[in-house]
Structures are given as structure tokens and as C-alpha cells.
Design a protein around this ligand. Structure first.
Ligand code: SAM
Length: 176
């Protein structure tokens, strides 16, 4: 079985966009407990490297590390573990909300920006990027960069994502 409910969200996103290609290399940011890693491998990814603040129980076929992705050097560590540039960068990273609206908002945007930046820097041409996002987050500058760097950028609200939550996913498809 899947380790997380989140696995159903990625399944739905990939059913619609077909981003997990057989034999591909995938990086998963905020990977614990490992549902998205399982889905990527089940759909034929050859190699998956994942990171989380939390320890992730091993999954055969995946290289999983416990670290803060925003720390210097963790990005390169993931590329090294993957053995080359990714075809797909996934981020389901979410911080623990502090309950202060402005602070939470800034933290959400910072995580999306850092993941987008990584995707833009490392993806192979033709590669894609999916990140958790939130309705109402001010994504203007990030959207501009993604639209310039990818053929197609769109929002997806999977059925498995609770209707009453502001969660949406942002997919940037086919790196130019
Ligand atoms: N996609 C995962 C799955 O299917 O099992 C679920 C991910 S969960 C919604 C979000 C995760 O992001 C948490 O486990 C959290 O620890 C992680 N996270 C948040 N900030 C992070 C950071 N700076 N570096 C690494 N992981 C982070």
C-alpha cells in the first residue's frame, strides 16, 4: 500500500500530465513518509532521490536522505545521489504552520521559490516540475520565471486534495 494519502494526489496529477516517464530520474523534495517516491517507482522511474527533515524508512530503488533542503549543499547532494540531472523535480514540502498568517504566507512562498529555483537550475531540457502551492499565495514573480522557463505552466487541484483546503499543485511542463 501507499505510505501516504498524498500518493493519490501525485497519481491523479500524473494520470493527467504523464510526467513520470519509464527510465527517468526523479527528485522528490519533502518526501516523508514516501508516498510520492513509491508512486514514481511504481510508474517506472529508474532512480529517485528524496529528502526530508524527517527520517524516511528505506524504499528499494530510492536514495533517501534526512536533511533540510534549504541548507547549502543539499541540492548538490541530491544530484550526486541521482547520478545526474533530473527529468522530474517534485516538491510536496510544507512547513509546520505557526498560525501567524503573514509569517506562514512568507514561508510557503519561500519553499516554493527554492524548489522552483532548483528545478530551473537542474532539470534536463524537456523535464518537468510539480510543486505544492496554495490558493491566495502571491506567486507572481515565481510564475513569471516558470512561464519563461517551461512550455506550459498550470494549476491542478486533485480530487484527493481536500476541497476546503487552499492546497493546489503547480505543474511546469517541459523545460525549454
Ligand atoms: N509527498 C509526501 C508523501 O507522499 O509521502 C508527503 C510530504 S508532507 C505533505 C510534507 C513534508 O515536507 C514533511 O514531511 C516535511 O517534513 C517536509 N519538509 C518541509 N520543509 C522541508 C525542508 N526545508 N526540507 C526538507 N523537507 C521539508
Amino acid at each position: 500500500g501507499w505510505r501516504s494519502r498524498a500518493a493519490f494526489k501525485l497519481t491523479e496529477i500524473d494520470d493527467r500530465l504523464g510526467l513520470i516517464k519509464p527510465g527517468s530520474r526523479v527528485i522528490d523534495l519533502g518526501a516523508a513518509p514516501g508516498g510520492w517516491v513509491q508512486v514514481a517507482l511504481a510508474r517506472g522511474a529508474a532512480r529517485v532521490a528524496g529528502v526530508d527533515l524527517l527520517m524516511i524508512e528505506p524504499i528499494p530503488g530510492a536514495e533517501l536522505i534526512q536533511a533540510d533542503f534549504t541548507d547549502p549543499g543539499v541540492d548538490q547532494q541530491l544530484i550526486d545521489l541521482l547520478g545526474g540531472q533530473p527529468d522530474l523535480v517534485l516538491s510536496d514540502m510544507a512547513h509546520n504552520t505557526v498560525g501567524h498568517r503573514q509569517t506562514d504566507h512568507l514561508k510557503i512562498i519561500a519553499l516554493i521559490e527554492i524548489a522552483a529555483d532548483f528545478a530551473l537550475r537542474t532539470l534536463k531540457p524537456g523535464g518537468s516540475f510539480v510543486t505544492k502551492a496554495f490558493q491566495g499565495a502571491d506567486l507572481g514573480p515565481i510564475m513569471d520565471r516558470l512561464k519563461a522557463g517551461f512550455e506550459e505552466v498550470r494549476f491542478i487541484k486533485p480530487k484527493a486534495s481536500r476541497k476546503d483546503s487552499a492546497e493546489v499543485f503547480l505543474a511546469a511542463v517541459r523545460r525549454k
